[in-house]
Ligand binder design. Structure first.
Ligand code: SF4
Length: 549
């Protein structure tokens, strides 16, 4: 019987793509995928160290895996990959002794299957490979792409910028360009396997300079990819503000497959803080650039990254971050509280002096402002018909699909699975409580916008689904819900009715996802197994409970 592997991924799109590559390598070596750690012979944790909290997740997860192994009497191989592996190396074995068998750095993932075999054969002490020297070519056809519509394609690895807060140059190494021929071969392969969108990845994509095609920069690469038949959309992450030039903007405006979205990390609105961050642009030059972008591409959506509480950031500096945010009006923003990262210049030279509660106050204020901006921008979509590339079943509701506009707004709409991979015209309608069949939302981090969408695409399936609350400690359940609750057994197929979870279940506020509306009339026809989401426990997973007949 084939051995099973599970890869758990934290962090950015680069990590997601590295996981796709590791999955391909493991399947070549005879492993089969599983989604359950309890069933896996190999668990790979692909880690992120860009923030302290992301790094802590690794140690929490290693502790959980140790408990799972003890409870089940199984001992899977555990491999730690990614940025924390590269950064911490053998320290991981000291902080979480006896769990990890393999530690593989960011530039040695190609060797993962071999390291796993060695660890399986020896089973004493961990096998560690953190060699930082890797060439950036990748064999065609090995990557196991998790997404049927969107294909990640790496064009650059590493970074030479050494922004003072950033750990990436230490974990991903110096900047290395992938050959243009290699990139184009992968894009054609993605198109041939049905992927409609490519997303080009690199720490600074617009620093690209083809090692095998003199004179071909990022703009030239975009032009070449635009010619590939079968690819409808091209995205990239992330350009650096310092390298955005007018030729690039004119090319973006000219080529329709390039999505109307630019992720333009700014990090702070204060020139003083930007200097301390070693970003090499000022507030003024960034705002000038935004004006030039909007001149060349009036319909473009901008998103950004922002850090609050950087060492030395004063109230006045933070006010400049707020005013820059208000001036640019980003469609979305990834915002973080500063935390010192090992080896970085800021960690070595700049005391982390902004108190934690002040960082919290600032991030709350920034996110509130961004939410307002985002909601306002989403409202402007109402009444418009937008092209949506449907890319997945919705994570928010069963029987709904999810897709993105060219400007990277996420849209949920009702429709059949067969629509995945198609670009559909979708009309945006005002939010209406009785018309909850679909809605649009912008990306991280704001809440869902109260804007609903109706698809004008052909023959859509009626939505036969509702959420019904079965009642809680704080609210009176409806009579239909009381009748249904009486039919529930307390046995959960996941926790197998453990006393602790049964107790938590009986106290939990429960919402139910049903294929039909509940009423006294149809209650006897409710299916024997239904999915529940335990709202008050914050569990994301839908547990399956049995309904007694
Ligand atoms: S440009 Fe700066 S923030 Fe971006 S990866 Fe390089 S060092 Fe990090």
């Amino acid at each position: 019987m084939a051995r099973k592997y599970l890869i758990e991924t934290y962090g950015c799109q680069m990590n997601v793509h590295d996981s796709e590559r590791m999955a391909g390598l493991l399947e070549q070596a005879g492993f089969e995928a599983t989604s359950d750690a309890a069933d896996a012979d190999l668990v790979v944790i692909n880690t992120c160290s860009v923030r302290e909290r992301a790094e802590e997740k690794l140690y929490t997860r290693l502790g959980e895996l140790r408990m799972l192994a003890a409870e089940q009497g199984r001992d899977p191989i555990v491999a730690v990959a990614g940025c924390v592996a590269q950064q911490e190396g053998a320290q991981i074995l000291k902080r979480a002794p006896g769990v990890a068998d393999v530690i593989v750095g960011t530039q040695q993932i190609r060797r993962l299957p071999m390291l796993v075999e060695r660890a399986s054969a020896e089973r004493r002490g961990a096998v560690i490979d953190l060699d930082p020297f890797d060439d950036v070519t990748w064999p065609l056809g090995v990557t196991r792409r998790a997404d049927p519509v969107k294909a990640y394609v790496t064009i650059i690895e590493g970074c030479n910028e050494f922004c003072s807060f950033c750990v990436v140059p230490y974990t991903r190494g110096h900047e290395r360009m992938r050959p243009k021929a290699d990139i184009l071969a992968e894009v054609r392969d993605a198109a041939a396997t049905g992927h409609r969108e490519v997303q080009l990845l690199g720490q600074i994509v617009n620093h690209y300079d083809a090692p095998d095609a003199p004179g071909c920069d990022f703009t030239g690469l975009l032009e070449a990819i635009h010619e590939v038949e079968g690819i409808d959309r091209i995205r990239f992450a992330s350009p650096h503000p310092r390298h955005v030039d007018d030729r690039f903007l004119a090319t973006m405006a000219r080529l329709p497959k390039i999505c109307r979205h630019l992720h333009l990390p700014v990090q702070s609105g204060s020139t003083r803080v930007l200097e301390a961050m070693r970003r090499r642009y000022s507030r003024e030059s960034y705002l000038d650039l935004v004006a030039r972008i909007r001149g060349a591409l009036p319909e473009v959506a901008l998103s950004t990254d922002m850090i609050v509480g950087f060492p030395g950031e004063t109230d006045a500096d933070f006010e400049e971050t707020l005013s820059l945010t208000a001036a640019v009006r980003y469609h979305s923003m990834f915002s973080f509280k500063y935390s010192p990262r090992p080896n970085t210049l800021a960690d070595k030279r700049l005391p982390d002096g902004v108190p934690e509660e002040e960082k919290t106050r600032r991030i709350v204020a920034l996110q509130a402002l961004q939410r307002d901006i985002q909601s306002g921008l989403n409202e402007t979509l109402v009444g418009q018909t937008v092209d949506v590339l449907v890319d997945a079943a919705s994570r928010r509701r069963e029987t709904e699909l999810s897709g993105r506009t060219s400007t990277n707004v996420v849209v949920n709409l009702p429709g059949p699975i067969a629509w995945i991979g198609r670009t559909l015209p979708v009309r945006v309608e005002p939010w209406n409580a009785s018309n909850r069949c679909a809605r649009a939302r912008s990306d991280n981090p704001g809440p869902v916008s109260d804007t609903s969408i109706a698809a004008t695409a052909p023959s859509r399936r009626p939505v036969m689904r509702t959420w019904s609350r079965l009642g809680s400690r704080d609210s009176r359940p409806s009579s239909a819900c009381t009748a249904l609750r009486a039919r529930l057994s307390s046995t959960c197929s996941i926790c197998a009715g453990s006393a602790r979870n049964a107790d938590r279940l009986s106290n939990a506020r429960v919402s139910m996802r049903m294929p039909v509306s509940i009423s006294r009339r149809n209650i006897s026809s409710i299916p024997a197994t239904i999915s529940f989401r335990l709202m008050s426990l914050g569990w994301r997973t839908c547990l399956r409970l049995k309904v007694s007949s």
